[in-house]
Structures are given as structure tokens and as C-alpha cells.
Design a protein around this ligand. Sequence first.
Ligand code: PAF
Length: 516
Amino acid sequence: MKFTILRTKSDLEHWSNQGQGQELHFVPTMGCLHQGHKELIKAAKNFSEEQPSKVLVSIFVNPLQFGEGEDFKKYPRNLEKDCQTALEAGANAIWAPSLETIFPNGQENYFTIQAPYALKQSLCGANRRNHFDGVATIVLRLLNLVNPSHLFLGEKDWQQLVIIKQLIQELGLKVEVKSIATVRDKDGLAYSSRNEYLTIEERAKIITLSKLLLQESSQFQSDKTIDLNKLRSALENNGLRVEYLETVDYKSLAPVNYYESKLCLLAAAVHCGKTRLIDHIFLMNRKPIIAIDGPAGAGKSTVTKRFAKQLGLIYLDTGAMYRAVTWFLQEQKIDADNEKELIKALTNLKIDINLKDSGIQQVLLNGKDISKEIRSPRVTQEVSRIASKATVRQKLTAQQKLIGLKGGIVAEGRDIGSTVFPDAEIKIFLTASSKERAKRRANDLANQGFRVPNLKELESQIQERDKMDSAREIAPLKKAKDAKEIVTDGMTIEEVIETLTKIFREEIPEEVWPSN
Ligand code: PAF
């Protein structure tokens, strides 16, 4: 498709109607495109391999988001250069509407949006009073006119991103937001159109903002403390005027103490000469934890394993640990109902789970590889009974908590979200009808060379296990209050992973845990 510059509403409509069946990925900007915008455009272009799509970049210096005395008039404008940049990055068209195109009947005849007070009272909103109302009003108009499937926004403007996401959610707009991590120059300075204003001397000064924030971020990862007063003085000593330097909750944007928050935003706005720039880092107390619970045969293992690999997180299969104990007790002919014997048997039991590069999981019990043995129907039949024993659960839960101490884990089981990691950032309850699960179990057994019972028999075995898992007194199988349920009937593995990825991204910014 050739590159096009669109001006009017009918230009836009005509262009949108070409290439039926294509998704429209939209990157709204105010122009003066830089590397940050380029990454947004690239992400939009590469978003879906299977689905044909086209990328539209809008350039509109929105007067509504500038306050009195701000830089609306001198905001850098260079359409020709922007077209070149957008084209290079992979855009299919630029839309450069006038104010009249956005508001054909005159601005005064259109609704204006008021961003929620709670979201605009802190950070930039505290001093730029109507800024986010202006942003929200224009973004809504742009979305109405463009009607894209996906909207690409930078995490650099975190407060704007939070507000636009809520606007879309509250109004039930059918557009999905994709956010891209802040893009930085080699020296660490976050790309911004307003960097254009800086003289060489000012740029040398302002670099302290990013440098100190990035230093603070790596320092925080090791000692979990920050010193805001020291940071503020360091900025001021470098000739910068600090407008704000705050820690806020990364979702509600309400002020928080960093040590009381699992994930917060440390954000700053500084003035250097006449230029005002913003930057931020995220402070996360530990790496993310994802808890995936659900009944047998819901497809947990396959998706959890793949999802962990995709995100570079550790995969923890707690079911395999219960299977290992079951196998061990069967081998040693230990009566699990005899508490004394059970305690003794568990005392020196060491279970290690390794995930090889090939994706194959290795389960070691006191150093012996029992990966295949634990999948036998004999173990399957007894594992729920063994897993209902308090002694067994205590031992394995303690071990699992230890593995997850530093986070960075995707754990699957029955009680992960409710008991093992109740503070997991993401809780999923993965389930499917017993009929569907029986079909999957039959496939698994056949693939592993075991005898395959008929489907009816498998279904009733599954229902029996569900009953035992859900009815046991300790840590029963149940959906955690804050878990999101995914019913996987009729879904491919890829579709389940895609759903998980979406849920993950709603919680965890790209900057905190990049997609790849
Ligand atoms: O981030 C921007 O460039 C602007 O605020 C936006 C989203 C294009 C609205 O004018």
C-alpha cells in the first residue's frame, strides 16, 4: 500500500474503506515525531502477523490540552519530516486534520470530557489544570472518527495512558490499548518532542533527571529503598527546578509510600530554563507472580509452561510436586493415613523441578528422575487423596512459598491464588467442561503410551477428582475472589495464551516486565 497524507474526514473515510478486512492500528500524536513515536509505529505495524492490518498516524497539535501561557504556539511542527519518519517506521498513512475537521460544527457544539478528579489531581494534572480534560476530549473525538481496532500509546505519558484506558473502559469503546515502554536516547534521556527546545547546555543539565531516576531504579532493585529528599536536592543542585517528585500507585495514581506498595510509580516533572520535561521509573518490590489454578485437564500445564517461557519467568508445576509425593508413598508402600509414618517419610524428601530448554519438565525426587512415572494412571488416581493430607500440603506449600520468595514465577495448581501466593499480581482460574477435559486427558494418555479408557469413564473419573479437590478441608480447589476465569472449551492453546497475555498486560506495564 502506498503512503498517503489525509486531511479531511472524507479523505480518512475513503482511506479506511480501502482494504476490507484489515485491522486499523492507530497511533495518535502531536507530531515532531521522534524515536519514541517510531517505536509505537513499529509496534503497531508488527502487532499481528496473522491478521492483515494498516497503521494510521495522526498529527494534531491539540489546543485543548495546552494551558494559558503554555507552548501551544511554539510547539514544534514539521509535517514533511514527520511523514518521512512515519513512513520509515512502517505507517501506511498520516492523518493531519485541522481543528475544523475534528469539530466540523465548531468546538462549542461538542461534548467535552472531564477526566476523573482522582486521576488528574496528582502529578502533571496538579499544575496543568485542564490538560487531561483536553487530552481525553480530543482522543475520544479521534477514536470516533478513526474507529481503530487498536490504539498505541507510550508509557512515557503514564498518567495520560491511565486516563485514556479508563475512558475507553468506562465508555465501553471497542478499541484495545497497547502501550509501549518509554524509549530513551543513548544517554538515558527519554525521547520527547519538547527535547527540541533544549540548548546544548540545557540538555547536559536535564540529563541528570533520567540518570538519577535510572540510578535510583537499579539501586532500588538491590536495597529496596529510595531517598526522595536526596534525589530532589541532587536535581536542584544541578540547576533544575522540580515541579513534582512523587511516588504514586501505578493504577489509581494516588500518593503512596513506596515501601507500602507492591508496584508504584516514581514520577517527576522538572523545568530546565523554559522547558518542562517529565520522566518516571516504576518501583516493584519483587518480580511478578502469576497464579494459575483450575481443575484437572483444563490445559493448565501446557499453557502455563508456554506462558512462563514467553515472559522469561520460572514455571512452577505444583501438581507435579503432589504427584511426586504420591508416587514416592506408593513406591515405599507407606500408608498415608498413618500420620507418624507419613511425617517420617516426608522429612527427608527433596523434590526438584527443572524445565529444560526443550520445554520438557524434569521432576527429580531425591535426585532420581521420575518425570514419566508421576504421570501414570496409578498416580493420577491417588494424587487427590494424598494432596488432601494436611501434612503433605504444609510441607509442599512451604517449599512453594520459598521458591516464589523473589517472585518471577508462573505457578499452576489448585490453591496457588488462594493459599500459596495470595498476593500474586495476576490470578487466573482456568477451567473447561468435564467433557472437554476428558477428551484432552484421552489425548494425553495416548501420547504418553498409556491405555486410554473410554471417554465416559474418563469424564466420570474427572468429575470424581473435581469433587475430591473441591471438597477437601485444606486448601480446596476454588476460584480466588480476585481471579479471572477463562473457560477454555473450544479455545486453541494460542488463544488461551493470547488471553493470558492481555490480562498480564492490563496489570504489568511493559516497562516493568517487557513482552520479550
Ligand atoms: O500524547 C500525545 O501526543 C497527545 O497527548 C495525544 C494522545 C495525541 C492527544 O493529543
